[in-house]
Design a binder for this molecule. Structure first.
Ligand code: NAD
Length: 338
């Protein structure tokens, strides 16, 4: 199949070319992000391959369909950036990579939490300047804390397991479905409200849907324990960033670790070190000493990229062979929780 690959980085190309060594598909790489202004680049391609910040809204999908595209392959698990109903209406099949390496994201989440909690990035920048003073670097033991895990799917379950068995935390969980394996190791399922009220640390691992958008908003922050720590490696819009900043300013929130950000599409995955960043909200976030941000890199391991490339190409082969692809995404997946 002829595939237009958007938002290509050198590492995408390396792993996709390796997975396509047999030459099953023709892969043409574009650095541009896919949206309505770049969709014409895909004219004549049967499929497009995209990532988290490509915007596949109705306008983009219309241009893709007119150009002959019949398949969209997401190189990621999330699918909140695709208008699935419109894709279905246009006869475009959408596939994703539901589970490429949940370990990659879960391990990064725990790493981010520890780095924030124990001030590791601040300590490292001090030591590089021969400043070995410890004032301001006080942390707290993880083992004494209650952690709330929102969404105990592939990634959330690994995080819950690691925090419960590895660190001895009390772990609360909220999900539309309970994982009996987690219950067996002492993870306690509670309502989302109860979790937000009782947790010292909240870590987000549910998908972004209409039901979960702004799950952490001003009301949730007001109801939380003083000094709450928030970790988000899922999707930026699970958090209302304006409310987060107010919570940090008032010290209601004690720490924030983010790998994702609501408006990340204008920032992440690019080197903007010589640019003037226009996003004042993001710049304000960077000013807090108790905020740690990475640029959507939790997935970035050798194992994950290899699995993403293999699953993506296998899905395209299934579509080309006229089969129903195993990892198809349909509008039914985006339904509110009961
Ligand atoms: P998953 O589908 O295995 O798990 C998601 C879980 O969330 C499921 O158990 C589901 O029942 C639950 N859920 C759905 N709606 C909910 C709600 N309203 N409240 C509570 N729980 C709810 O997905 P996963 O593989 O664990 O991935 C989780 C998220 O992580 C993805 O949606 C994606 O956005 C994000 N992600 C981020 C990165 C990164 O690099 N930062 C990489 C991969 C995935």
């Amino acid at each position: 199949m002829r595939v237009a690959v958007f938002s290509t980085k050198a590492y995408d190309r390396r792993f996709l070319d390796r997975a396509n060594a047999g030459g099953d598909h023709v892969l043409d790489y574009f650095e541009a992000r896919l949206d309505a202004t770049t969709a014409a680049l895909a004219a004549g391609y049967r499929a497009v391959c995209v990532f988290v910040n490509d915007r596949l809204d109705a306008a983009t999908l219309g241009i893709l369909a007119a150009g002959g595209a019949r398949a969209i392959a997401l190189r990621c698990a999330g699918y909140n950036n695709v208008d699935l109903a419109e894709a279905e209406r246009l006869g475009i099949t959408v596939v994703r990579v539901p589970a490429y390496s949940p370990e990659a994201v879960a391990e990064f989440t725990v790493g981010l939490l520890l780095a924030l909690d124990r001030n590791i990035p601040r300590a490292w920048s001090r030591v590089r300047e021969n400043n070995f003073a410890l004032d301001g670097l006080m942390g707290r033991n993880l083992s004494s804390r209650t952690v709330g895990v929102v969404g105990t799917g592939r990634i959330g379950a690994l995080v819950a397991r690691s925090l419960r068995l590895g660190f001895g935390c009390r772990v609360l969980a909220s999900d539309v479905a309970q994982d009996t394996g987690l219950v067996a190791i002492g993870v306690e399922y509670v309502s989302r409200d109860a979790l937000l009220r009782q947790a010292d640390i909240v870590t987000l691992h549910c998908p972004l849907t209409p039901d979960t958008r702004y799950l952490i908003d001003a009301a949730a922050i007001a109801a939380a324990r003083d000094g709450l720590t928030i970790v988000n490696t899922s999707r930026g819009a699970l958090i209302d960033t304006a409310a987060l900043i107010e919570g940090l300013k008032s010290r209601k929130i004690g720490g924030v670790a983010l790998d994702v950000y609501e408006q990340e599409a204008d920032l992440f995955f690019e080197d903007l070190s010589n640019e003037i960043v226009q996003d004042d909200v993001f710049q304000r976030l960077l000013t807090f000493p108790n905020v740690l941000i990475t640029g959507h890199q939790a997935f970035l391991t050798e194992e994950a990229l290899s699995a993403i490339a293999q699953t993506t190409l296998a899905s395209l082969s299934q579509i080309e062979a006229g089969q129903v692809p195993a990892n198809q995404v349909t509008p039914e997946l985006v339904r509110p929780s009961p």
